[in-house]
Design a protein around this ligand. Structure first.
Ligand code: FAD
Ligand code: UDP
Length: 370
């Protein structure tokens, strides 16, 4: 088959790689001037810079872990995030180090008792939004200093207007363990992420065209190809006919500094409301500082509203938008049988990298046409 893949991000690249192995003829078009979508990394003076925010690979799935090893060697990086609240430093995710710093408690029982007392304001109510979920998990002090303002900045909405699942991404532990993830497999590809996508697309059956927007030529593409895999925004594909889905955007400010060590950690979150950015990333620490002994590269991450023409980094999976997405999905099934929607934007899901790979592999395995 002649297959067009719109988007050279991870979903598109996995599809291109797997379908080319089956002998299909693949064209990948990408509107940006580089491959790899949001996992794009660039070498700046020996430091691999995550150009679209910190990306840590982690998974529970041994098959997906084995799959990515084909394309890069991974280091043993473990994400250990520090939160800065008005100059006070706390370990994340929420664990005994956090609770000790917050309350001076030294045992799991003391920490659990503090949380139990603070969550009583919920009066055994089932948490229905992010605020209630957070207070139920870690109490009001942790919520007020480490969650409330960060979340409002990140999403541009009050935590009580956000779905509870977002805060359940973060572990809560009664051990002194600062690992941001519970997954058994975790690491950073030595030499960056871009090589992974480069290798996936390196096949004589695959042609990749950069600076090429599907919407500039959609009628032609729809006539020329037997099948289209679309990893852009599903609402844009259908001209927003049922209305816009909600997204959150970001602005990244990256600079190189003539200092060997700016903040001593890869990721520091700023959890107060006055600081306009959510995090500062110091990229060299993803590879243990190996890239450059004298310089460093840092990125400030500023959340911003999404509007047409701005990059949609996060879907906002509240009930209203999930319902609207379903409507688009149903319309797609009825009117566009030769188009598959995939990835974070095509499926409108807060997917991590491993979930994107798993979804792409599953789509190809379950589709008898391929
Ligand atoms: P994308 O990477 O967005 O790729 C889609 C591509 O399609 C883009 O390159 C886009 O330019 C292109 N495109 C869109 N529309 C068109 C069009 N009309 N024509 C041509 N091209 C088009 N995941 C983790 O597992 N760990 C992390 O630590 C992590 N951190 C993250 C931090 C941030 C700030 C963000 C935003 C995401 C993070 N993720 C993380 C998620 C990860 O980035 C995604 O799971 C993954 O990149 C999604 O791949 P994708 O192919 O679906 O989308
Ligand atoms: N969060 C928070 N304080 C923090 C870090 C995270 O309140 O210091 C909340 C916030 O709502 C965020 C969510 O937890 O959106 C998920 O955090 P994660 O680090 O997984 O977000 P991502 O890396 O996907 O932006």
């Amino acid at each position: 088959m002649k297959i067009l893949i719109v988007g050279a991000g991870l979903f598109g690249a996995v599809c291109a790689h797997e379908l080319s192995k089956k002998g299909h003829d693949i064209t990948v078009i990408e509107k940006r001037d580089h491959i790899a979508g949001n996992i794009y990394t660039k070498n700046v003076d020996g430091i691999q810079v995550h150009m679209y925010g910190a990306h840590i690979f982690h998974t529970v799935n041994p098959r997906i872990w084995a799959y990515v090893q084909q394309f890069a060697e991974f280091n043993r990086y473990t994400n250990e995030v520090v939160a800065n609240y008005h100059g006070e430093l706390y370990n994340l995710p929420f664990n005994m180090n956090t609770f000790y710093r917050m309350w001076g408690v030294t045992t799991p029982d003391e920490a659990a008792a503090k949380i139990e007392a603070q969550r009583s304001i919920l009066k055994d109510k089932q948490p229905e939004n992010l605020e209630e979920q957070a207070i139920s998990l870690v109490g009001t002090d942790v919520y007020n200093k480490l969650i409330k303002d960060y979340t409002a900045k990140q999403w541009g909405r009050e935590p009580k207007d956000l779905p509870a699942f977002i805060i359940r991404r973060l572990p809560v532990r009664f051990t002194f363990d600062n690992n941001y993830f519970n997954d058994p497999y975790q690491g950073i590809p030595i030499g960056g992420y871009t090589q992974i996508v480069e290798k996936m697309l390196d096949d004589p059956h695959i042609t990749t065209e950069l600076n090429t927007d599907f919407f500039a030529n959609r009628d032609n593409y729809q006539q020329q190809y037997d099948h289209i895999i679309f990893t852009g925004m599903i609402d844009q594909f259908f001209d927003y006919r049922f209305g816009e889905l909600a997204y959150r955007s970001l602005r990244f400010e990256t600079k190189e500094l003539d200092t060997p060590n700016f903040q001593g950690n890869a990721v520091i979150n700023y959890t107060d409301s006055e600081t306009p950015f959510t995090r500062i990333i110091e990229h060299k620490w993803f590879e243990f500082g190996n890239g450059n002994a004298h310089k460093t590269v840092i990125t400030h991450e500023f959340p911003q509203p999404w509007q047409r023409g701005v990059e949609p980094y996060y879907p906002i999976n509240d009930m209203e938008n999930n319902r609207l997405f379903k409507q688009y999905r149903q319309y797609a099934n009825e009117t566009a049988p030769n188009v598959t929607f995939g990835g974070r934007l095509g499926l409108y899901r807060y997917y991590n990298m491993d979930q994107v790979i798993a979804a792409a592999l599953q789509f190809i395995e379950n589709n008898p046409n391929f």
